[in-house]
Ligand binder design. Structure first.
Ligand code: PHE
Length: 357
């Protein structure tokens, strides 16, 4: 860099400024340095600017030649400045391009795909079997009234059968002191809700979540699903129940399945039964079979003919209408079907389990 001189400019001093300016410029590698360079030569107090200012002190003749040279010098410096800036920018671009280069041949990271929960899958599978037989699918509230969960199902207050369902009660104060709220212990409250809202013929299945105040173990969860079934109409008999559930058992567990009914008690059906299928693991042999525990049979659901008290409760003519109902635990169905040994796997959110379905 050349200090602005007080001496009148000469062709030599201008050439000198250009030479040193250009030499300096070539070595500059970043835009800040280039800008400093611009200020020191071409800025308001830059050395070339000083030369241009002092032209006025020259004789007319000299002013013309020296002036032309000085102006040419300014143009040269400005041009080279522009070149340098472009060079620096291109350089930076090249460097970053080679640093951040995208290797299109690298294998990509696979996108994580979600999937249906095994409970959702089995619930849909169960419902589809019944849909194919003409049933509709409805859902109901998980927070329920005592009225629907018990009363309408022929389980009045104080009835010992209430002990079959360990109930989680809601902290709810009824102004009238009558209504009690709970987490439904089964999907059966939907029986009365559906019958209240329409006339026979009725054919519905009701999938949904249920809750019980229970210690958990390999076969008990405090929350689980059920699929309820209800068919009401004229002339429905136990044979319809039997045929429908036989069809279901074979669709879920194989065409060769046999079924067995045994008496069971639920206050809202009469007669009440539980349904077993012959064991698909040992084909009903039983001996030494871990799945059916030597019995040859596996219990899969509870069922029965809708109790006349339940039909009366919703105002149906019991002389005209009969029906059957059933209820099953889809997790249990899935455990049997897929060989899952612990119901707690379903809701432990362990992807190693969930990914298998
Ligand atoms: N709701 C009964 C239970 O949870 C199952 C059931 C439904 C039995 C319908 C008979 C008829 O145990």
């Amino acid at each position: 860099m050349t200090e602005p001189s007080a001496q009148p400019p000469t062709a030599q001093s201008i050439d000198e400024i250009i030479r040193s300016a250009l030499a300096e410029l070539e070595s500059l590698e970043n835009l800040e340095a280039v800008d400093q360079w611009r200020v020191s030569y071409l800025g308001r107090r830059g050395s070339l600017t000083a030369v241009l200012r002092s032209l006025s002190s020259l004789e007319v003749e000299e002013r013309r030649t020296i002036g032309a040279r000085a102006n040419q010098a300014k143009i040269t410096l400005e041009d080279r400045l522009e070149d340098r800036v472009r060079h620096i920018n291109e350089d930076a671009l090249k460097r970053s391009a080679s640093r951040d280069r995208l290797d299109v041949t690298l294998p990509g990271r696979p996108a994580l795909a979600g999937r249906l929960h095994p409970t959702t899958k089995i619930v849909r599978e169960i419902c589809n079997v019944f849909v194919a037989m003409g049933f509709g699918v409805v859902e109901g509230p998980e927070v329920e009234w005592d009225h629907y969960n018990f009363e309408m199902l022929n389980i009045p207050k104080g009835h010992p059968a209430r002990d079959m369902w360990n109930t989680l009660w809601m902290d709810y104060e009824d102004p009238a002191g009558e209504k009690a709220m709970l987490l439904r212990t089964h999907t059966s409250p939907m029986q009365a809700r559906v019958m209240e809202s329409r006339e026979p013929p009725i054919r519905v299945v009701v999938p949904g979540k249920c809750y019980r105040y229970e210690a958990t173990d390999a076969t008990h969860e405090w929350h689980f699903y059920q699929v309820e079934g209800l068919a009401v109409g004229e002339g429905i008999t136990f044979a319809d129940l039997k045929g429908t559930l036989y069809e279901f058992a074979r669709k879920m567990f194989g065409e060769e399945r046999q079924i067995r009914f045994r008496c069971d008690y639920f206050p809202f059906v009469e007669p009440g039964v539980d349904l077993s299928i012959d064991c698909f693991a040992c084909d009903g042999d039983g001996d030494g079979c871990r799945i059916c525990r030597d019995s040859g049979w596996i219990e899969i659901l509870g069922a029965g003919m809708v109790h006349p008290k339940v039909l009366e409760g919703v105002g149906y003519d019991t002389g005209k209408y009969t029906g059957f109902a059933f209820g099953m635990g889809p997790e249990r169905i899935a455990m049997l079907k897929y060989g899952i040994d612990d119901i707690r796997h379903f809701y432990a959110n362990d992807l190693r389990f969930l990914r298998q379905f």
